[in-house]
Design a protein around this ligand. Structure first.
Ligand SMILES: [Mn+2]
Length: 337
């Protein structure tokens, strides 16, 4: 049991109390999340939008980038407008910034957050900066969706089935379908409560993960067909050539998540997906599930990421990049054993 997660955080000094105070005083609020939004970004943005409307506030849900097709089912998602469609002279007194370690992550929406606004910053990223007037950063939370649930519980907001759907989607996607180490018993309790409030786990999971376009499935098949094992079966390599993209009719963005397959084989501890960009450029996504720090490997080519998930662009042809990456993965695995 983790007391900080099970006790309802309602003390006066808790950020929830300060955030409540700030939002209740607000008049015109912009709610924003990060560029290239994911399920946590969109789900929590919509949930807080409903909450603020219930308080009678003027609420503007604003985004930088497009909304991925798989999140089109989220109730009210069309009400999140692109920052460049807002009147240039509109002014907000309060900005609620979700899931952004820095204001820069809000992309073009960040331009509306200057000039003495009250900024409420709610995030769970390790590298989150305290740029807000009020900051609530809980790096142990699986998702901002989980934090939003805590907030709504503490403030007695009545979660309806639309809000429950949004928060369930946020938690489902940010925990990798309740798989990552950030998934706690509290996470599951909250997910269960959201189902009780009307979130449908089957429908939501199908929309997000099992509703792929045919070209994406065909591309997945081609890429899996390229599978190679190296270094006594500890390293798995997948390849995506320009021809595979053309033949399947898919876009490069349809290859999102394919790198995850590199770690699905027994005995494999590190994996790479190599994407041919042109004759001299290869995009490399790296994964590990042991002590190999793939961010270090990506950094050798000017890339970056996390210990177990990173990426870079290698200025070499696909075949040469593969040899180079295999060498680095062999050395890295040698060090960790
Ligand atoms: Mn998140």
């Amino acid at each position: 049991m983790n007391p900080t997660k099970t006790d309802m955080p309602t003390g006066l000094n808790h950020p929830i109390s300060q955030i409540r105070g700030t939002l209740e005083k607000a008049t015109r609020i912009m709610v924003v999340s990060h560029i290239d939004p994911d399920g946590d970004a969109l789900g929590t943005q919509l949930a807080f939008g409903s909450y603020l409307k219930s308080l009678g506030k003027e609420v503007h849900l604003v985004r930088d980038s497009g909304i991925p097709d798989k999140y089109r089912f989220l109730p009210g998602v069309d009400k999140i407008v692109q920052a460049n469609s807002l009147p240039k002279d509109i002014s907000f007194d309060t900005g609620l910034v979700l899931e952004c370690p820095s204001l820069k992550r809000a992309g073009s929406a960040a331009g509306f957050l200057a000039n003495g606004l009250q900024i409420v910053n709610i995030d769970h990223h390790q590298d989150s900066a305290e740029y807000g007037t009020v900051n609530w950063i809980d790096t142990k939370a699986s998702s901002v969706g989980e934090m939003a649930y805590e907030y709504f519980q503490a403030t007695d907001f009545d979660i309806d089935s639309d809000v429950a759907t949004c928060l369930y989607t946020a938690i489902l996607t940010d925990t990798g379908r309740f798989r990552y180490a950030s998934t706690t018993s509290r996470t599951m309790t909250i997910a269960g409560n959201l189902i009780a409030h009307g979130a449908d786990p089957r429908v939501i999971c199908d929309f997000v993960y099992y509703d792929m376009k045919a070209p994406t499935m065909i591309l997945t098949g081609r890429v899996l067909n390229s599978i190679e094992y190296h270094h006594d079966g500890r390293v798995c390599i997948l390849t995506l050539t320009a021809d595979m993209l053309a033949e399947s009719g898919a876009d490069e963005s349809d290859s999102d998540g394919l790198v995850d397959f590199t770690l699905f084989t027994k005995g494999v501890t590190t994996g790479a997906l190599l994407k041919e960009i042109d004759a001299d450029t290869t995009k490399v996504s790296l994964r590990s599930c042991n002590g190999v720090n793939v961010a270090e490997i990506a950094a050798k080519f000017g890339g970056g990421g996390h210990f177990n998930a990173a990426g870079c662009r290698v200025p070499l042809s696909l075949d040469k990049a593969k040899q180079e990456i295999l060498k680095l993965l062999r050395d890295a695995n040698g060090q960790s054993n």
